[in-house]
Write a protein that binds this ligand. Sequence first.
Ligand code: FAD
Length: 343
Amino acid sequence: MNNVFVYVELENGAVADVSLELLTKGRELADRLGVKLEAVAMGENIAGIEKELAKYGADTVWVADDKIFSPFRTLPHTSALCGLIEAEKPQIVLFGATPVGRDFAPRVSSALHSGLTADCTQLEIGDHKDAKTGKEYKDLLYQIRPAFGGNVMATIICPNYRPQMATVRPGVMEMPQRDMSRQGKVTVVDAGLSMDDRNVEILQVVHDDKKSVDITEAKVLVSGGRGVGSAEGYAPLRELAEVLGGEVSSSRIGVDSGWIEKDRQVGQTGKTVHPDLYVACGISGAIQHLAGMEGSEFVIAINKDETCPMMKLADLGIVGDLHVIVPKLTEAIKAYKAAQKVD
Ligand code: FAD
């Protein structure tokens, strides 16, 4: 009882990376509390998924396998999960801050009259003493996230209602290692729903045919900011990214100015990235941008202003005009590769 639940999101029948990341964090929280980690998966024809989830740390896997759960529909999912939470009374429930999680988690929290903190970047267990009443609370979930435009990190608690619920953005928590020897208990959930309970009929699913880029997977990112100056200004960055085998990304300014697609934005309201190399071209290093890239292994800043925060964060700073430096860098790398005979 009072275990830790992780809602497992499925993408084309496979477990979403964010759910695996949440299992790692959930395992850590459950161990700290001395309770079990339980995963909840809902979908159609998902037999066998429990074996996979057990290897990623779940002690128990709840499986709701019915065509009403695929594709995702908010109300049947909410009804099934709320029923399970009311029966099992977990103390913590975690969701990915994905389009599905951002729709699903608030429904569940409002149905259960409990709190929810969106977009957490860290989760910890800690105690709390109410300054007014003097009442002491033990082992609360500290739900930590940027607040006030990213200028402070807020720790949010939910002392009086259960479960404590949070969403966490993809790429923020560590990816777990698979432990092939682990085995979990599987319990089939009968939500007691039929297709008549689906509320919404999905007539057609239309996939965006625009090639979407997952910058969170890139090992090298060449990122542009206001200093790039225009949509055309990203072309030299693209060439540099190409010779380095990477992708182009951007600060929010580039996206808001319509110079580059939203799925390439790095930062608090964009994506969290962890490349081996991040080349920041004409990006000042506002806190909201740093929040998305400070986990990069090696950072090169190209900027006219040697005092800007990005220069301070960078492992290597090149002071000057990016329009001059970036093409020179590309040519130099091409020449180096030709001399070394590398592709
Ligand atoms: P600027 O801060 O204007 O910096 C431009 C830099 O380019 C300067 O350092 C300048 O010296 C340099 N430069 C100019 N010309 C050249 C040149 N020719 N050669 C070399 N250097 C040059 N921002 C994000 O990026 N991602 C987010 O997810 C995000 N989320 C936000 C969420 C909230 C709630 C808020 C309030 C803001 C958010 N922002 C985000 C915006 C953020 O605060 C900054 O405004 C933004 O990151 C600044 O982008 P920038 O560095 O490209 O531009």
